[in-house]
Design a protein around this ligand. Structure first.
Ligand SMILES: Cc1cc2nc3c(=O)[nH]c(=O)nc-3n(C[C@H](O)[C@H](O)[C@H](O)COP(=O)(O)OP(=O)(O)OC[C@H]3O[C@@H](n4cnc5c(N)ncnc54)[C@H](O)[C@@H]3O)c2cc1C
Length: 563
């Protein structure tokens, strides 16, 4: 298929995201397509209404596209809107069920990024004799969700992700693409492979993921290759769906859902092609809405995710699917919604000492990337501080998402590169190095007295083997006493990757109206599905967002065809 450059940053990996964050924020903000709505001439004394109470333009349904503007009609069984991870799997499942399938995608080609995909009890787990306790995973997620998650939706994912991953593994194998079970550590494209169980090669002998403070289940799969390769394996899915008759309409933007009666079925979608002409896609069985998140839409961010100061990074994520569904009666989950914010430093998410702008320690650094991002954000930025013993220290940090726990040649090289880089250079990162703590403090521009007192205290805690201040486990208290000393500034996250807020559904992923009634003919998958996360994106199972997208997408394709 001919492909032309779309607006999205194609195939972006997490590493590239973080590399580009500082430089990219301004550019993206300038290019932002949604305009922040401001209340018109509010009375002087009136307090500004909270964003959630504001009425934004997108909340008013547009008039229906007039019939005489529709230049063609396409009739089929299932219309899938969006050719991302959820949409492609929905199309495959529906096509496998021998339904007529049309996929409507506004970009010129399928969309995918990253490559971590969690699955519980896939054939790779079985091959290694591993069993993941699904109830325990669900319970961990539900607890992190503090009562806001829809357990039916979470259960659907947990009980089916392994089965759907097996389909993906087989599809990839047929295309000559391997799938790996990995720990997506800081090695990124050379991430640590779980080759046997227990005691995978190169992992600490005593590693027990359940004993970690931040339990991270070994469930991350990289289909299509060891490097992040979401787009590569999604191509295989697209090919398989096409082979079963699914038709892909690229460069076609869905504008409105068709629901002729206020309490009736959704019967299709009106879309617009690049030449401006309108098409009505009619769906005998139903529409599966897989249009991703709304993180690039400033109005929607102000309304539903006001805690994030900037829009997220995918320019395709305008929330058009959420809006279309709300216009015909679907209901958004309560705000605030959960942004996916990542943060790691030169030592990944390793539990090295962190200090704030005032040279003070502020939390137990043995945390996950989400907590690190949020803690750093709350401090207005922070420094990670370590010394020349880092090579001896990292193996104690344990495997995990973006951890450094193996000192590879690549890790050494990357470290050298980062240290030799000019502060604030290409990556917008600042790593400083000094032979004395006074010299380090001067470069960090933090009060030397405070920094030295913090390090002295931290070293004493390390020697005593007890973190009386924040309770970090003893083996991860790593003294900072061997020069040269290093510090890296980890700025507050300029933006998040996506927003994980969506619409209410039942246990078959059908949209619900304000009275909790099913909207017949409208299915949701991926980031249009609500009540899956609360305030953040827990890294309990790396690749969870893709996992929910491919699993719910596949299930929605099965549900809609079984009507
Ligand atoms: C850089 C980066 C790396 C990431 N890496 C990972 C990772 O490794 N693991 C992980 O789990 N998550 C990762 N994520 C998050 C993850 O990619 C998303 O949460 C996930 O892809 C959501 O899938 P989706 O199918 O819902 O949406 P998307 O993949 O965004 O697909 C939505 C599709 O709908 C299309 N669309 C939107 N509106 C319309 C319309 N009106 N008409 C027609 N088409 C429309 C879009 O163009 C797009 O193709 C990453 C995110 C970013 C930004």
């Amino acid at each position: 298929m001919k492909t032309t450059a779309g607006k999205e940053r194609q195939g972006l990996s997490r590493r590239e995201f973080l590399r580009n964050t500082a430089g990219g924020a301004g550019a993206l903000a300038a290019a932002g397509t949604g305009l922040m709505a401001r209340p018109a001439a509010a009375p002087r004394q009136a307090a500004a209404p909270p964003a959630a109470a504001q009425q934004f333009p997108f909340e008013t349904p547009p008039p229906p596209v007039p019939a005489d503007k529709i230049s063609s009609v396409v009739r089929t069984d299932v219309v899938v809107v969006g050719a991302g991870t959820a949409g492609l799997l929905a199309a495959l499942a529906a096509a496998k069920a021998k339904a007529g399938v049309v996929v409507v995608e506004k970009m010129d080609q399928l969309q995918g990024r990253g490559g971590d995909n969690t699955a519980l009890n896939s054939k790779l787990h079985k091959k290694l004799g591993m069993t993941i306790d699904e109830d325990r995973v669900v319970d961990a997620l539900m607890r992190r969700g503090e009562g806001r998650l829809n357990q039916d939706v979470v259960n659907l994912w947990a009980r089916n992700s392994g089965r759907v991953m097996d389909t993906i593994i087989d599809l990839c194998a047929a295309e000559g693409l391997p799938t790996y079970l990995v720990i997506p550590d800081r090695g990124d494209d050379e991430c640590a492979i779980i080759d046997k169980w227990p005691n995978p090669t190169g992992f600490p002998k005593d590693w027990d993921y359940l004993a970690e403070r931040n339990v991270e289940f070994p469930t991350c799969h990289r289909p299509g290759g060891r490097a992040e390769s979401q787009r590569i394996w999604l191509k295989a899915v697209e090919k398989a769906a096409q082979a079963r008759g699914a038709a892909f309409h690229y460069g076609t933007k869905a504008l409105q859902l068709v629901r002729p009666k206020a309490d009736g079925r959704v019967t299709g979608v009106v879309a617009q092609k690049k030449d401006g002409s309108h098409v009505r896609f009619e769906a005998r069985k139903g529409v599966v809405l897989c249009t991703g998140d709304y993180g690039f839409n400033r109005q929607m961010m102000a309304k539903y995710c006001p805690q994030m100061p900037l829009p997220c990074m995918l320019s395709t994520s305008m929330g058009e699917g959420h809006q279309m569904a709300m216009w015909i009666g679907a209901v958004m989950e309560n705000p605030p919604h959960a942004p996916m914010s990542h943060m790691f430093h030169v030592m990944g998410t390793d539990a090295f000492l962190m200090v704030n702008r005032f040279g003070r320690r502020f939390y137990n650094e043995d945390s996950d990337t989400e907590s690190m991002a949020n803690q750093t954000y709350e401090q207005g930025g922070a420094w990670v501080v370590f010394d020349d013993s880092w090579e001896e220290d990292v193996p104690r940090m344990g495997p995990g998402f973006k951890r450094v726990f193996r000192v590879t040649d690549k890790a050494r090289q990357e470290f050298r590169e980062l240290v030799s880089r000019k502060p604030g250079g290409q990556w917008g990162r600042s790593i400083v190095k000094a032979d004395t703590l006074d010299g380090l403090a001067a470069q960090m521009k933090v009060p030397a007295k405070a920094l030295k007192a913090t390090i002295e205290r931290y070293n004493a805690l390390a020697r005593s083997g007890k973190d009386l201040d924040y309770g970090k486990r003893a083996d991860r208290l790593t003294a900072v006493d061997k020069p040269p000393f290093y510090a890296e500034w980890t700025a507050k996250p300029a933006m998040s990757l996506v927003v994980l807020g969506g619409l209410l559904t039942d246990e078959r992923l059908r949209a619900l109206d304000k009275d909790g009634r099913v909207i017949p003919g409208l299915y949701l998958a991926g980031n249009t599905v609500g009540r899956r996360f609360k305030s953040g994106y827990p890294l309990i199972c790396p690749g969870l967002s893709h996992s929910m997208a491919y699993t719910h997408g596949y299930l929605a394709g099965e549900f809609v065809t079984s009507e």
